[in-house]
Ligand binder design. Structure first.
Ligand code: TNX
Length: 488
């Protein structure tokens, strides 16, 4: 089994003899109605490049030449685990839950030649090497963040990014929906947020926003790929777009001017006005109703224009508002200065001693920590001094540097059980197109996926050729990846 090229690396693989060949007679069969969608997903993925009919049908008896989705897997595999058994006559995909079947599909596609990703028919042959795989994730939180506030990315771009995340078994997409430079989600009770706050972007670029129907379409598209949308409304700072849209949200009652620069930390909601909390409550209510996932991200970073004491009161109060709408609050690391709800998640982006204290304090209160260390996982950092896009404040990040770190020892003293997982963040001050996004994400993104999924004990020397082997796959997918010298 040529398993060495799978990313993230599966937990356990046992090679067998021979291979299963996809041909004109191959069918995709499923045992339970709940598995029809994942069976269709696989067939839909394979048909364009293979040109094969791959009919999808309920399973009858024990037929050869089929890819068979079935339940009854070892429950110890968990909600996202799966087992794959490939013989020359049949492929069996077993999982306790459909998410596991979906991740098995991602493994299957990576076992096929890279040309399988092509949107046009390719010669083949389409061989799946025989063997068995038993696999499940290390962490339940494996996310990517996309900043759609500094520059706006439309629904098609977000769907494209979701497709690329799905290939690497990510299960969360965190959308940074508001910032000083733009407000990107329609809120019906406060319509000027999108109408006025949505007009701007960094450097005078055209803004934009998602209608609630657009957002629902993103949520549904992600859900079909077992990805949960985590919407973020950043507060109390990073709020100039809202403060420009509604004068009454400012302490002095004067609307702010629209902002298209890149410096941040200067804005603040008026924490002592009650209308601020009515506003937040309305926004969170509408967002909660549109969001089936259990999380609402309330930002909390870089609140340099908010007094510490006020910040603590504010962040504690907003966590309760999130909870009242039936969701779990997520906040950036600074939120650890405030009292944390036990069901909250803290997202660690800085590693300074005071920042680490916030993580320890959150964990001591029963909250969980998401690791997004800026000097490893910030995909908007330049690769080196030649990178035309991106920023440098957290340093240059080569593919090797983004891969060679270990979650359990990142924050000294943090109980490993308090770690929910990892996030690869992509801030968009310098990114304008989906090609820009792809250039910064690839080849670093798959490494973060592997850190989130695979067992500890990784090595760059082992990973480097496996990652390089994905280049033809990205070519077939049309991904605009950075040609990293160490992958040549
Ligand atoms: C810091 S990370 C920020 C963002 C910027 C980013 C650029 C964080 C919580 N805040 O406002 O976009 O750096 O890398």
């Amino acid at each position: 089994m040529q398993t060495h090229n799978i990313i993230p690396m599966p937990v356990q693989m046992t090679p067998g003899a021979g291979a299963f060949a996809l041909d004109a007679e191959t069918a995709v069969a499923y045992d339970a109605p709940a598995l029809a969608a994942v069976a269709e997903f696989l067939a839909g993925l394979l048909r364009p490049a293979t040109g094969l009919p791959l009919p999808v049908q309920p399973a009858t008896g024990a037929q050869p030449n089929r890819i068979h989705f079935t339940t009854g897997a070892d429950p110890e595999l968990g909600d996202e685990g799966y087992e794959l058994a490939i013989t020359p006559t049949v492929v069996t995909v077993r999982a306790p839950q459909p998410a596991g079947h979906f991740y098995a599909v991602q493994t299957l596609r990576q076992l096929l030649p890279p040309a399988v990703e092509s949107s046009t028919q390719q010669p083949g042959p389409w061989l799946l090497p025989a063997g068995t795989i038993r696999d499940y994730p290390r962490y339940g939180w494996r996310s990517a963040m996309l900043d759609v506030a500094r520059h706006f990315f439309g629904v098609a771009d977000v769907k494209r990014y979701i497709d690329l995340l799905a290939l690497y078994k990510f299960n969360r997409l965190h959308l940074h929906l508001s910032d000083d430079q733009g407000w990107r989600i329609e809120i019906k009770s406060w319509p000027r947020l999108a109408e006025v706050g949505g007009r701007t972007a960094v450097g005078g670029a055209p803004g934009g926003y998602y209608t609630q129907a657009d957002y629902a379409a993103i949520v549904a598209y992600a859900a079909a790929r077992h990805i949960v949308i985590v919407p973020e409304i950043d507060m109390p700072s990073h709020t100039n777009a809202a403060l420009a849209a509604y004068a009454e949200l400012n302490c002095d009652g004067v609307a702010r001017s629209p902002y298209t620069g890149v410096e941040v930390g200067f804005s603040s909601l008026c924490v002592e006005k009650e209308i601020t909390y009515r506003f937040i409550d309305d926004v969170l209510r509408e967002l909660a109703a549109l969001t089936p996932g259990p999380y609402l991200h309330i930002g909390g970073d870089e609140a340099h224009a908010t007094l510490d004491e006020e910040y603590r009161i504010f962040m504690a109060r907003v966590q309760e508002l999130v909870s009242r709408h039936g969701k779990r609050p997520v906040g950036w690391e600074e939120m650890g200065k405030a009292q944390m709800r036990r069901d909250a998640l803290l997202q660690q982006w800085r590693l300074t001693p005071d920042a680490a204290d916030h993580a320890l304090s959150a964990a001591a209160q029963g909250a969980q920590v998401i690791l997004a260390p800026a000097n490893r996982t910030y995909l908007d950092m330049k690769y080196d001094e030649q990178t035309p896009l991106g920023l440098t404040w957290a340093g240059y990040i080569t593919p090797e540097q983004s891969y060679t770190w270990e979650p359990s020892t990142l924050i000294p003293g943090l109980d490993p059980a308090a770690i929910a997982g990892v996030e690869a963040a992509l801030w968009a001050e310098t990114l304008v197109t989906i090609a820009d996004i792809e250039y910064m994400a690839f080849p670093r993104l798959p490494g973060i996926a592997e850190i989130g999924w695979s067992p500890a004990g990784r090595s760059w020397d082992e990973y480097r050729p496996r990652l390089a082997a994905h280049k033809p796959r990205w070519d077939a997918l049309g991904v605009n990846y950075y040609k990293a010298p160490d992958l040549e």
